[in-house]
Design a protein around this ligand. Structure first.
Ligand code: SF4
Length: 496
């Protein structure tokens, strides 16, 4: 294995979701020290971020241009940092994790699974090893199962959402036939961040799962719209030293529902019409090509690896009405308010939609980010907190999500296919002066209790929670008034 970037004491790193080749080329053209592209940090407000390391210190230059990257790279090595860095961090020799500044989005939470994000070269096994990686490859099955017991599946694309991962692994292991592991990366920004910045952590988790369930391969499933991430994880998979089973990377359609575990399997099997599968049997018994399959998100697998070495954490992405989204890593006990510290909201926060597309609305940010805390407040556990600023209308927001569900569902089952149409129609009636709360509750109850997959089960949540939290706004709309002033004078069609 060749030396990685972490062994260089003087170096320039270029980080960001898409920092651009021009910026990288400018830095390389001017520098006499190593210049490498690293993955994003999760703090998009800082992108593109140039990190200059010299003499046990790292300077951070946020929002860098090609000109700035060039001057930083040209001036590095003289004992002081060129230009005017946004922050400089003392760390001594050889830090293996991003030296985060004491203020700003990088200071929020902890950086354990995200430790290498924005610091290591994503597809460098040498960097991963220097950072203490590949430990799971040597862990025995009992230790892996122990770690998996403490980690609930993360995200609706996981085969063990909110339940201990070890239970699923034991089911797969006990099922007859050659097993498989699927890394369902068709999910949230946090999943994409892990694969783009620290793919070896995720692959390590996938290979650990493969060893426990006795799988013959691990398949990473990415969105076709995210070619850069697929490319990074493909390079990392090819460079993985002596993987326990073959690793391959596939892409699937860029549709929201394609993240649902059984639709992910349909896409991987080459079916163009994506429909959820009836359960039982679930994928743990009959999954990819009929084999018992452990389907997990990158977040889940990274947390299993982290749990070998301490308590798992939680990745949360905060977006919506913010200056720039951020993904942060938080310890057990953190609240929604802690996650919101990482962003600059656009005005006063009216509410947050917690749990992704079909998350729940709340005006209370003092809710623990645990599975129990979130589900107890009828919020989603998807790991996305979408802020709504004052001036946003809860009825319009709920209507948009209902319409999205109507347009995006796979059509396989009546409660979801017909239910989402009726839900949209009932919300439309509000704008015609009728608020049928009982009918809405009855419909949403049927959808959540009898839909085939999580799409239909969760689809009513934005409406249900908006009604609970902002009932007076619903009543006001039926009376012909939008308290937020967002719907006045507009055609109701624009909102439902
Ligand atoms: S709940 Fe919706 S998305 Fe899921 S199978 Fe039924 S129609 Fe398809």
């Amino acid at each position: 294995m060749t030396d990685g970037l972490l062994s260089a004491e003087t170096a320039v790193r270029v980080s960001g979701t898409d920092p651009g080749e021009e910026l990288l080329a400018a830095a390389r053209g001017a520098a006499s020290v190593p210049v490498e592209r690293v993955g994003p940090t999760g703090a998009t407000a800082l992108d593109p971020l140039v990190l200059a390391t010299d003499d046990g210190r790292t300077a951070l230059y946020a929002g860098a241009t090609a000109e700035r990257a060039e001057s930083v790279a040209a001036g590095l090595g003289g004992g002081s940092f060129p230009g005017d860095p946004d922050a400089a961090v003392d760390h001594g020799p050889g830090p293996t994790r991003l030296p985060a500044a004491g203020t700003g989005p990088l200071a929020v939470g902890v950086r354990r699974v995200l430790g290498g994000a924005g610091w290591v070269v994503p597809d460098s096994p040498a960097d991963h090893e220097t950072a203490g990686g590949f430990g799971a490859d040597d862990a025995d099955q009992a230790a892996l199962l122990d770690a998996a017991r403490s980690v609930p599946g993360r995200g609706w694309g996981d085969g063990a959402t909110d339940d201990p991962v070890a239970d699923l692994w034991e089911t797969v292991r006990g099922a007859a036939g050659d097993a498989a592991v699927v890394v369902n990366a068709h999910g949230t920004p946090a999943d994409r961040l892990l694969l783009a910045s620290v793919p070896f952590v995720v692959l390590e988790g996938a290979l650990a799962a493969a060893r426990v369930v006795d799988a013959s391969e691990a398949v990473v499933y990415c969105s076709a719209a995210d070619a850069a991430t697929a490319e990074t994880v493909t390079a990392a998979a090819a460079a993985y030293p002596d993987p326990a089973v073959p690793l391959r990377v596939e892409t699937g359609p860029d549709e929201y529902r394609a993240a649902e575990p059984t639709m992910a399997l349909e896409a991987l099997e080459g079916n163009h019409r994506l429909e959820a599968r009836l359960r039982p049997p679930g994928p743990a018994a009959v999954g990819l090509d009929g084999r018992p399959t452990a389907v997990h998100t990158p977040r889940t697998l990274a947390q299993v690896v982290a749990a070998l070495d301490g308590a798992p954490t939680r990745l949360v992405t905060v977006d919506g009405d913010v200056a720039a989204p951020a993904t942060v890593e938080l310890r057990t006990g953190a609240t929604l308010a802690d996650a919101v510290e990482a962003v600059d909201p656009e005005g006063t926060v009216k509410a947050a939609c917690v749990g992704g597309e079909f998350g729940g609305l709340t005006a209370d940010l003092d809710v623990p980010l645990s599975v129990e805390g979130l589900t107890g407040a009828d919020l989603g556990t998807e790991g996305v907190v979408e802020l709504l600023a004052e001036g946003r209308c809860s009825v319009a927001f709920a209507g948009e999500r209902a319409r999205f569900a109507e347009e995006e569902n796979c059509g396989r089952c009546v409660p979801c296919r017909e239910g989402t149409q009726q839900l949209t129609a009932l919300l439309r009636e509000l704008y015609e002066g009728r608020y049928r709360a009982d009918a809405l509750h009855e419909l949403m109850g049927v959808m959540s209790s009898s839909s085939i997959c999580a799409f239909g089960v969760d689809a009513p949540r934005p409406v249900r929670t908006a009604m609970a939290e902002f009932e007076r706004e619903f009543e006001a709309h039926a009376a012909g008034r939008c308290p937020a002033g967002a719907c006045d004078g507009l055609e109701m069609e624009a909102h439902t």
